[in-house]
Design a protein around this ligand. Structure first.
Ligand code: AMP
Ligand code: MG
Length: 339
């Protein structure tokens, strides 16, 4: 299949992309979190095509992307807490899970009786969704198992020739996938950490439970509440090892390890100038920069076949750092070296 690549800056391109969605085709588009691979959320076939293009297991459901939070009333049995979340965080990087209405095809929800909804804030995504006029079912626009795409070149690398169209936008503002929460009666459970942090959720909702599947390895026979958490996501080709120790000890370890050309280093900005080596990459100076740079860094190591091992700093666990920590630990298969 030939993939048409269009700039999202022109209105006519966005209109063409929306037409592709309405007629059942697949379009990759930018959002503030990562690029999404969209299909018509009311067409079972479109969802099946998304799983096939990504090589994604069909029991790992998609997120319905909406233009307006109130559209969720058509697709879900609304929990009243949704309105509080919508007022506080939508549009934005928050996905909410509620019981699904029959209009949503089972292929979209991987056979679950719940559906995930999100209202992106990215201006291109919003123009695109408005033109589509249907909910757009989308997971991240990467081949399953690879790091999520935060720049259009990542999408082209993974999906060119496999989908109908790619809408080119800027680098994604946040760089990590949305926060996922599940609403069940009076309960709000965080299933996947993201840019909407537990502290932010607690500011509008007193008791936030955190599903521990998001912060530890998942057993072979376990069924986590967000099926995606059981897959080895976010994985580069080389083995990732996260370094746990004082800043000076981590710097010394990385300085020694970097002399070996088969080693990749993920460090922080203040250490960058002090580490000499062929494959040294800084994640930035604060947790927000780390979120934005992590997936691009993991992908850049993939393009150097000689790299066998990546030694990474341990991200902070608070604020958006919790999401960075979660993604990096999953990329590492929870492999930690204590220094
Ligand atoms: P992605 O956008 O590629 O990260 O994929 C969507 C994520 O949302 C996956 O981790 C899914 O497991 C999760 N998800 C989507 N729908 C549901 C649902 N109904 N219940 C739980 N998790 C969901
Ligand atoms: Mg994904």
């Amino acid at each position: 299949m030939e993939t048409i690549i269009l700039s999202a800056s022109s209105d006519s391109s966005v209109k063409r992309a929306a037409q592709v969605i309405r007629s059942g085709g697949l379009v990759a588009f930018p959002t503030e979190t990562v690029y999404g691979l969209g299909g018509n959320g009311l067409m079972a076939d479109a969802a099946s095509r998304i799983y096939a293009a990504k090589g994604r297991p069909s029991d790992n459901p998609l997120i319905l992307h909406l233009q307006d939070p109130m559209e969720a009333e058509r697709y879900c049995y609304i929990n009243p807490l949704y309105y509080t979340l919508a007022a506080a965080f939508m549009p934005g990087p928050l996905t909410v899970i509620m019981p699904k209405k029959p209009i949503v095809p089972d292929t979209v929800t991987g056979g679950l009786d719940t559906v995930a909804v999100r209202v992106p804030s990215d201006p291109v995504a919003r123009r695109f969704l408005k033109e589509c006029g249907v909910p757009v079912a989308a997971p991240s626009a990467n081949i399953s198992g690879r790091p999520s795409p935060t720049r259009v070149e990542h999408v082209i690398e993974d999906l060119s020739g496999r989908i109908d169209m790619i809408l080119c936008g800027d680098e994604c503002e946040i760089g990590l996938e949305s926060t996922i929460v599940k609403l069940d009666g009076e309960h709000l459970t965080l299933l996947r950490p993201g840019a909407i942090t537990p502290q932010m959720l607690e500011s509008v909702f007193p008791s936030v439970q955190i599903d521990d599947c998001s912060m530890r390895p998942i057993g072979k026979d376990e069924k986590p509440a967000a099926p995606g958490m059981k897959y080895r996501h976010y994985a580069p080709r080389a083995k990732v090892i996260v370094l746990d120790g004082e800043s000076d000890a981590v710097l010394r370890f990385q300085q020694n390890a970097a002399r070996d050309d088969t080693v990749g280093i993920l460090c922080i900005d203040t250490h960058l100038a002090q580490i000499e080596g062929k494959h040294v990459y800084s994640l930035g100076k604060d947790p927000s920069q780390m979120a934005k740079n992590l997936f691009a860094a993991l992908r850049s190591f993939d393009s150097h076949a000689e790299i066998q091992t990546i030694y990474a700093v341990m991200p902070p666990k608070d604020g958006i750092g919790m999401a960075v920590h979660n993604r990096l630990m999953k990329a590492a298969g929870f492999s930690v070296l204590k220094l």
